[in-house]
Design a protein around this ligand. Structure first.
Ligand code: OOG
Ligand code: NI
Length: 461
């Protein structure tokens, strides 16, 4: 039996390497990281209860390590190989997001670790989109884009060989894992030399800016990395002081005492110099806008019932005000959002009792000391033997994701596509089914209840 490192180890190493690379490529990301670390430290100092809870649930350490990134792929083959690459790091496809309804011609999943232990170790996730060439109206342009994509190979031969090896042998040794991280990183690197001519770039760009971003380059450059903050409103407010211009509104639920799901904001993508290949082999200078920075604040994972309520309240507020990209109605939008969310309880016990969110259960000091106690879960909570902690939402939100895409594609980029979710096609291209996020949270919750009951009563629940 070989001495393999764990997939958690590989994922942590990869996430660190990616962050280091992106900091060099996009210095504003480094500034944002520093700002987030400062605000997190302030928040923890001001809220000892929060610090204690994060320590108790063994999640304090992971906060500053946390991040997600995003890439956009061009072909089914790229998506299928990406699934195998992420699997080496213990990252599985969770959830299906259709962005066509929001005017972006992609559908997506998030590759992330599943299971409590892996998430605690390092929850690094990558929001991964596949371009929907079937949504390009012009058949000639679609054929040209397909031809360009069919000629590129986004993975190094070293990465492909190590993926094969990991699959065949069930893991990688430390030396192989280190090589794997370095080889995998190559796929996500920025390339400033386009693989298309300036005129094809322009036609792709005119069809949709996102199409130009996916088709014109050698690989799917990581387009943002997102640290997790404990106070997104504070970071949003401080960004201008550090020379970063935030997008107009924070996506997701409003500010609450009990954070739910996910709130996100970003700074606008940078205009970066690139060059295009001319017929005579010379390089023609131009520019491309794709890479940005984002921050997120994560809260409670909602049950299907809680999620339905969230979707309903978000729809209700957006029926009153739709946030304009230029920020002109930001305060009206925030007011409408706050008003609508009055109907979502903002107290952990009320949320839990209404069955709106997922919680993990653990023994209190009293529960651990008592050794034995009888009763059902609710009475053991009431008697102070068991306490519930919110489970953090590890996934994404399609309306918010569309807002992030949109703010970085430019205000003119919104287009009407016929809503056409196609999870069947996505899973065929992926070569696997995506996991259902709700099943996953429910299983973590259930396992924690069983563990509590078993240690208090000596029997399995
Ligand atoms: C992905 C946008 C979605 C998020 O955090 O919701 C996303 C992209 O722009 O490629 O990253
Ligand atoms: Ni993001």
């Amino acid at each position: 039996m070989k001495d393999f490192v764990t997939s958690d180890w590989i994922r942590s190493a990869f996430s660190r390497a990616m962050s280091t690379m992106y900091k060099t490529e996009v210095p504003a990301y480094g500034t944002l990281m520093t700002l987030v670390a400062d605000v997190n430290a302030e928040t923890l100092a001001a809220q000892p209860d929060l610090a204690a809870q994060l320590t108790e649930t063994d999640t304090l350490e992971r906060i500053s390590e946390e991040r997600h990134g995003a890439i956009r792929l061009g072909t089914p083959e790229e998506l299928a190989t990406m699934r195998r690459l992420f699997a080496v790091m213990g990252m599985m496809p969770v959830g299906y997001y259709d962005l066509s309804t929001a005017g972006v011609p992609v559908h997506s999943t998030a590759f992330r670790p599943v299971g409590e232990a892996a998430l605690k170790r390092n929850p690094f996730r990558v929001f991964t989109s596949l371009l929907r060439l079937d949504l390009i109206a012009d058949p000639a342009l679609r054929a040209e884009a397909e031809a360009v994509l069919s000629r590129r190979n986004i993975f190094t031969s070293g990465a492909l060989a190590l993926i094969d090896k990991a699959e065949r042998e069930g893991g990688l040794t430390q030396e192989e894992a280190e090589r794997f991280v370095a080889q995998a990183l190559e796929t996500f690197r920025w390339h400033d030399k386009a693989i298309v001519s300036a005129s094809l770039y322009k036609r792709l760009h005119d069809a949709h800016r996102l199409i130009a971003d996916v088709v014109s380059f050698k690989g799917p450059h990581i387009n943002h990395l997102t640290p997790r903050t404990l106070d997104i409103d504070r970071v949003q407010a401080l960004m201008p002081e550090r020379g970063i211009a935030p997008k107009a509104v924070v996506e997701g639920p409003p500010t609450r005492a009990c954070p739910i799901l996910l709130r996100q904001t970003s700074f606008k993508a940078l205009d970066e110099p690139v060059s295009f290949k001319a017929e005579d082999g010379s390089w023609v200078p131009g520019s491309h806008t794709a890479r940005f920075g984002e921050i997120e604040q994560r809260g409670l994972a909602l049950t299907p019932k809680g999620r339905a309520l969230y979707d309903q309240l978000l729809d209700r507020s957006r029926a009153i005000v739709r946030p304009a990209a230029d920020g002109s109605n930001a305060s009206e939008y925030e007011a409408a959002l706050r008003q609508a969310f009055q109907d979502f309880p903002d107290d952990w016990e009320a949320i839990r009792k209404a069955g709106l969110g997922y919680f993990t259960y653990r023994l209190t000091a009293k529960g651990r000391a008592s050794g034995q106690a009888a009763g059902d879960l609710e009475s053991l909570i009431a008697s102070g033997h068991i306490v519930a902690d919110p489970i953090v939402y590890e996934d994404f939100l399609p309306v918010s994701a569309a807002g992030i895409f949109q703010s970085n594609l430019g205000d003119d980029a919104a287009q009407d596509f016929v809503a056409s979710p196609n999870q069947v096609m996505f899973e065929r291209d992926l070569g696997a089914s995506v996991l259902n996020e709700f099943d996953h949270y429910a299983a973590i919750e259930q396992a924690s209840i069983e563990a509590c009951i078993a240690s208090l009563t000596g029997v399995r629940a």
